[in-house]
Design a protein around this ligand. Structure first.
Ligand SMILES: Nc1ncnc2c1ncn2[C@@H]1O[C@H](COP(=O)(O)OP(=O)(O)OP(=O)(O)O)[C@@H](O)[C@H]1O
Ligand SMILES: [Mg+2]
Length: 462
C-alpha cells in the first residue's frame, strides 16, 4: 500500500494516541506517536512528518502550544493540528495565530479526523506543486527570453538590477518586434520570484488599440454615473494589476492629456477612478514600452517632457536583432525546434549553411517577430529535412546564389587592392566576431572548417 503521508501525534493520553494512530494507519498513513514531552521537538523534527497532532495539555512544563511554537521556529513545514479538551475560543484563536491549521476538541470523531487529515494532505501536495511550478516556470512564458549575445546579457543584468532595486516604473524602448513585451514579462517573472508572495497578475494594455472614449476609464476605472454609459463601478487596470505588473504598450502614441494623468499616477503612486473621490494606491510595477524615439518626440512637443524625464530614470533599450550577432541563429534554431514540435514536423532538422549565412547578413527590419514568422511559415509549408536559403524568401537585395549581399560588396578602388590582405583581414574579423570559434567563423565566411584552418596557417593567424 502506498503511504499517504507521515504523521506524528503527541498526547499524554495513551488511549487517545493509540486510537488515533490505528485509525490513521488504516487510512494508509505512517504514524509515529509519543506520550511524554521528552525530546519531543527533536523527535518531531527528525521524523519529518507531513502533519503533527499536538495535545494542548500535554504537560505543565511543555504544552502543545510550546511545541507548536518551537517546531515553527525550527522551520518545520508540517501542518499542525491541535487537540484539546478546552473548547474556548481563545485557545482556538491562539492555535491559529501560532500557525496551526486545525483545532479539534475532545472527544473527537475519528471519521471527521480521517476526512480532515485527507484534506490537509491534499492541500499540502497541491501547494507543493504550485510552489514548484512557480519557482521553475512562469505561467506567462511561452518560451522565455532567448539570447546569449553580450548585448542581451547586458540587458538581462540590467533587468536583474531593476528587479533588485524594486524599480516602480521601467521604460523599455526598441524597434518593433525586438522583444519589448518579452523583456517586460521576463522582468515580471523575476520580480514575482523575488517577492515570493503570491503570483501577481500581468496586464498588457496597448494604448493605441483602445477606443479614444474608453481608454481613460480602462486605465483608471470609473464610478457609477461618471459618464452616460457608466452603469456601475469599474476597476481600472492600475487597480487590477494589484501587486503584479502593468505593461503600457505604445506609450509614445498616448494622448497628451492622458500623459499628464499618467505622470500624476506614476509620481504619486495613486489612482483615482473617473468621477471618484478617493485615491487608491498603485502597487503594480508599471512597464511602459515604445518603438518611438521619445527624446525627439519630447523635444518636438509630441510627448510630455516631464513624463519623458520621469520614464527615463529606469530605461532599457533593446538592440535591433541585426546587431545581436549569433543570437540570430540561436533564435532561428529555437523557433525551428519550437514550431517543428508544435506542427509535428519532427523531420525538419536544421538550416543549410547558405541559409544561415543569409540570416546572418539580412537586416531584419521586423526583428525577432519577423524571424519567428519566417521560420513558422517554413515549418508549415516545407517538407524538407533542411531549410535552404530559398525557403526563407529573405529579401536580400542583389544577392543571387554565389553573389555577395549588397551590404558587403566591396568596390575595387582605382589603385587596386591586395586580395591576400583583404582575405586575411576578413578571416581576422570573422574570428574576432565569433570569439575565435573556428566552426562559426568558417560558416560566416562560407568556407569549410579545413579551408579556414589552412588559411589561418597560411596567414599566420593560428
Ligand atoms: N528574445 C526573444 N526570445 C524569444 N522570443 C522572442 C524574443 N524577442 C521577441 N520574441 C518573439 O518575437 C515576437 C515579438 O516580440 P514582442 O511582442 O515582445 O515585441 P515588441 O518589441 O513588443 O514589438 P512591438 O513594438 O511591435 O510591440 C513575439 O512573438 C515574441 O515571442
Ligand atoms: Mg509590444
Amino acid at each position: 500500500m502506498k503511504i499517504r503521508g507521515r504523521i506524528f501525534a503527541v498526547d499524554d493520553d495513551e488511549l487517545i494516541v493509540t486510537m488515533l494512530a490505528r485509525a490513521l494507519r488504516s487510512e494508509g498513513y505512517e504514524v509515529h506517536f509519543q506520550t511524554t514531552p521528552q525530546d519531543v521537538v527533536a523527535n518531531i523534527l527528525s521524523w519529518q512528518p507531513d502533519i503533527v497532532f499536538l495535545d494542548v495539555d500535554l504537560a505543565e512544563e511543555m504544552t502543545g502550544f510550546d511545541i507548536l511554537a518551537a517546531i515553527k521556529k525550527e522551520g518545520l513545514e508540517a501542518a499542525v493540528v491541535m487537540l484539546t479538551a478546552d473548547d474556548s475560543a481563545e485557545s482556538a484563536i491562539k492555535a491559529m495565530k501560532l500557525g496551526a491549521v486545525e483545532y479539534f476538541t475532545k472527544p473527537f470523531n475519528l471519521d471527521e479526523i480521517k476526512i480532515i487529515t485527507g484534506n490537509i494532505i491534499e492541500n499540502i501536495r497541491r501547494k507543493a506543486e504550485i510552489d514548484y511550478h512557480r519557482k521553475n516556470s512562469c505561467p506567462y512564458f511561452e518560451h522565455g527570453l532567448v539570447g546569449e549575445s553580450s548585448l542581451i546579457a547586458e540587458i538581462l543584468r540590467k533587468a536583474d538590477k531593476l528587479v533588485e532595486a524594486k524599480a516602480e516604473t521601467i521604460l523599455i524602448t526598441g524597434e518593433s518586434g525586438s522583444g519589448k513585451e518579452v523583456l517586460a514579462r521576463h522582468i515580471h517573472c523575476q520580480r514575482q520570484k523575488a517577492e515570493a508572495v503570491g503570483q501577481g497578475p500581468f496586464f498588457a494594455v496597448n494604448c493605441t488599440a483602445l477606443p479614444e472614449n474608453l481608454i481613460e476609464s480602462e486605465l483608471f476605472g470609473h464610478v457609477k454615473g461618471a459618464f452616460t454609459d457608466a452603469r456601475s463601478d469599474k476597476k481600472g487596470i492600475f487597480e487590477l494589476a494589484a501587486e503584479g505588473t502593468l505593461l503600457l504598450d505604445e506609450i509614445g502614441d498616448m494622448r497628451l492629456d492622458l500623459q499628464s494623468k499618467l505622470l500624476r499616477v506614476l509620481e504619486e503612486r495613486k489612482v483615482r477612478r473617473l468621477g471618484g473621490s478617493v485615491d487608491l494606491p498603485v502597487e503594480a510595477t508599471v512597464i511602459v514600452t515604445t518603438n518611438k524615439d521619445l527624446k525627439t518626440a519630447a523635444e518636438q512637443g509630441g510627448f510630455r517632457k516631464d513624463l519623458f524625464f520621469r520614464l527615463s530614470a529606469f530605461a532599457v533599450e533593446l538592440p535591433p536583432l541585426r546587431e545581436r550577432g549569433d543570437d540570430i541563429l540561436l533564435l532561428a534554431h529555437h523557433f525551428l525546434r519550437y514550431f517543428a514540435n508544435k506542427y509535428l514536423k519532427k523531420g525538419i532538422k536544421g538550416f543549410s549553411d547558405e541559409a544561415e549565412r543569409a540570416m546572418m547578413s539580412y537586416d531584419w527590419p521586423g526583428n525577432v517577430r519577423e524571424l519567428r514568422n519566417i521560420i513558422e511559415r517554413c515549418v508549415v509549408l516545407e517538407e524538407m529535412e533542411t531549410i535552404t536559403r530559398a525557403h526563407l524568401h529573405l529579401n536580400l537585395a542583389g544577392w543571387a546564389a554565389g553573389e555577395l549581399p549588397a551590404s558587403s560588396r566591396i568596390i575595387l578602388p582605382e589603385e587596386g587592392i591586395s586580395l591576400e590582405e583583404l582575405e586575411k583581414d576578413l578571416i581576422r574579423q570573422a574570428l574576432e566576431r565569433t570569439k575565435a570559434n573556428q566552426t562559426k567563423a568558417a560558416k560566416l565566411l562560407g568556407i569549410s572548417y579545413d579551408t579556414l584552418r589552412y588559411q589561418m596557417k597560411k596567414f599566420d593567424l593560428a
